[in-house]
Design a protein. Structure first.
Length: 236
């Protein structure tokens, strides 16, 4: 009876330890439809250098799994090495969170067909990108119109084009600021501030920093944003 109790206690302790490991780490499962042979690489950006976290060999089975030590939500990168096949569509950014995530996509449309689940930050980032891309597309269209007007010596059209361009950029920045403040409880907020609007007026970056929850402020991107603002204040 005593041995049974000890065994039961040991099993409970083992399960508890594994649960804690899962909470601290990241388990990724997924499938790359059409990938029969190749290698997947999971990396993170450290300063300006890509650091390898894991590599997965694919040989006949397109399903994959990876376990990574991840303590805080962070943007990671999934690269596919197709071997002899060359394509620019071989990189997939995803906002990783400790816990369980799934990444399913197709080899032919590696980025475009990706379906990523298990991360609230990823879900929010996808929402942000969808709207933000409209501003980017509009800016490209305005730039094309401006270049066409210059080629055709239609200088009268340049003033109106410049006004529309400035308005579009302003709306893009305001959207990013409002999105970050609205989602202050998630690490995507300081990430957007750093990656999309780091040259914004300091008062707007200050607003984002001060709105962050204590948890987000202590995260990788929260700490980076606070440090970045402090450095800018020294020079402005």
């Amino acid at each position: 009876m005593k041995n049974s109790i000890i065994t039961l206690f040991s099993l409970i302790l083992l399960v508890s330890c594994k649960e804690k490991e899962t909470e601290k780490g990241l388990n990724i499962t997924g499938n790359i439809k059409g990938l029969n042979k190749g290698t997947l690489y999971i990396k993170k950006l450290e300063d300006t250098t890509m650091v390898l976290l894991d590599s997965i060999k694919i040989d006949g089975n397109s399903a994959f799994e990876s376990n990574i030590d991840l303590r805080s939500p962070e943007m990671l990168y999934l690269f596919v090495d197709r071997g002899a096949t060359n394509t620019i569509d071989n990189t997939l950014m995803f906002f990783a969170e400790p816990g369980k995530m799934t990444i399913n996509t197709e080899l032919e449309y590696f980025y475009a067909k990706a379906v990523i689940t298990g991360s609230k930050n990823q879900e929010l980032y996808e929402t942000f990108k969808k709207v933000n891309s409209r501003f980017s597309d509009q800016q490209l269209a305005l730039t094309a119109q401006r270049l066409k007007a210059i080629r055709n010596n239609q200088t009268a059209n340049l003033s109106g084009n410049e006004t529309l361009s400035e308005s579009n950029i302003k709306r893009k920045y305001l959207y990013a600021i409002n999105f970050a403040v609205t989602n202050k409880d998630y690490e995507v907020a300081p990430y957007i501030a750093l990656s999309e609007i780091n040259d914004a007026t300091l008062k707007y970056l200050d607003t984002i920093e001060k709105s962050m929850s204590p948890k987000v402020a202590k995260s990788k991107y929260g700490v980076m944003l606070t440090k970045y603002i402090a450095e800018r204040k020294k020079t402005e």
